[in-house]
Design a protein around this ligand. Structure first.
Ligand code: PLP
Length: 403
């Protein structure tokens, strides 16, 4: 027998399992609304033209080598990324109180940031919203956070934010708890706090001495505007919080599998930065030693060149606008069909996802009867819809709701 017989089968990861079921399904009308990746109006993945252009240029550049990057990655990349988040004119950057570490996409940033807080600040409590991206809990627990806790976020009845619940939960959080906040385009609900609500969240976090850990996986994708989508993070920095923010370039650059990310860190005193960088170096060294260069080169070159940067911003606008159009189309079709219920939330929600409010029984009906793949929470990736399939989706939803 094998010594590995002690290893027990673990549960599947819902989103990857659905993605596989979709791939294997031969049905001609199947729709994939599961995985959080952009699809164009023909349902196809989209390599951003500015990325293609850069990659072609890089392929012919014989000065580019495959040497190791430093442990904390390309400095030019992390500086450009931190500036994109905090704003070019950020006083925190000018005074040397903000810096970045190139990481393995958003997930890698979350992990490195969480290990820093756990190992060096000895933080063990962390708070995440209910619901949240399903990996937050695992990443923090694996990083040493022994005390995972939740704060209320979603009011299912009103299909909006449970702001009173959120504030109440943060008020009762112990000092030095880490609070995971979605910078914009909350996954999975698609509902963000308003600016007034962010101000109240900051008040409570300041009063209770809580630590903000932002997760920014969709900058530019929510509103189509990079600055607007960074509002909450910049506001917290302006208020004087020390904070970290995990930035991902998976969605907004379409560089999913290249694993391009940055952990942006803002501190109140520049003198702590050298020691922090040295300890971050040891954290990364023991985890994966150093990050890959390809995707970071693409992003850096685009961010550094005004013309390419503008081109990229047009791509982000195109993607976010298409999602907004599909939200409107789906709602319009449901209204046309007279589907019972109010579907305004579909257009009020922002980012890639809609938290449809469909029950688990209804989502199963969509999968089994219509070959439409979505999470059992009722979350759909709106850009899986396009002018050719949105009517089919609406009819399927109508059937599931009225059955
Ligand atoms: N955070 C949120 C809220 C996400 O939705 C995702 C991806 O779906 C990530 C982080 C991290 O993604 P990646 O590690 O691919 O950058």
């Amino acid at each position: 027998g094998s010594r590995f017989q002690v290893v027990q089968q673990g549960p599947p990861i819902e989103v990857f399992q659905l993605n596989r079921l979709y791939m294997e399904d031969p049905h001609p009308s199947k729709i994939n609304l599961s995985i959080g990746a952009y699809r164009d109006e023909n349902g196809k993945p989209w390599v951003l033209p500015v990325v293609r252009k850069m990659e072609k240029q890089m392929a012919n550049d014989e000065t580019l080598l495959h040497e190791y990057l430093p442990v904390l990655g390309m400095e030019q990349f992390s500086a450009a990324s931190t500036a994109m988040l905090l704003g070019e004119d950020s006083p925190a950057i000018a005074s040397g109180r903000a810096f970045g570490v190139q990481t393995l996409s958003g997930t890698g940033s979350l992990r490195v940031g969480a290990e820093l807080l756990n190992k060096h600040l000895k933080y063990t409590n962390f708070y995440y919203s209910v619901p949240t991206w399903d990996n937050h809990h695992l990443v923090f627990v694996n990083s040493g956070f022994t005390n995972p806790r939740t704060y209320r976020y979603w009011n299912a009845k009103q299909r909006g934010i449970d702001f009173e619940g959120l504030i109440e939960d943060l008020r009762s959080a112990p000092e030095n708890s880490v609070v995971l906040l979605h910078a914009c385009a909350h996954n999975p609900t698609g509902i963000d706090p308003t600016q007034e609500q962010w101000e109240k969240i900051a008040d409570v976090m300041e009063e209770r001495k809580l630590f903000p850990f932002f997760d920014s996986a969709y900058q530019g994708f929510a509103s189509g505007d990079l600055d607007q989508d960074a509002w909450a993070v910049r506001y917290f920095v302006k208020r004087g919080f020390e904070l970290v923010c995990a930035q991902s370039y998976a969605k907004n650059f379409g560089l999913y599998n290249e694993r391009v990310g940055n952990l942006a860190i803002v501190v109140s005193d520049a003198s702590v930065v050298p020691a922090m960088k040295s300890q971050l170096t040891w954290i990364v060294r023991g985890m994966y030693s150093n990050p890959p260069a390809h995707g970071a080169r693409v992003v850096t070159n685009v961010l550094a060149n005004k013309q390419l940067f503008d081109e990229w911003r047009e791509h982000i606008k195109a993607m976010s606008s298409r999602v907004i159009e599909m939200r409107e189309a789906l709602r319009a079709e449901l209204i046309k069909l007279g589907t019972p219920g109010n579907w305004d939330h579909i257009v009020k929600q922002i980012g890639l996802f809609s938290y449809t409010g469909l029950t688990q029984r209804q989502t199963e009906h969509l999968i089994q009867e219509y070959h439409i793949y979505l999470l059992k929470s009722g979350r759909i990736n709106v850009c899986g819809l396009n002018p050719n399939n949105v009517q089919y989706m609406a009819r399927a939803m109508h059937d599931a709701v009225t059955k």
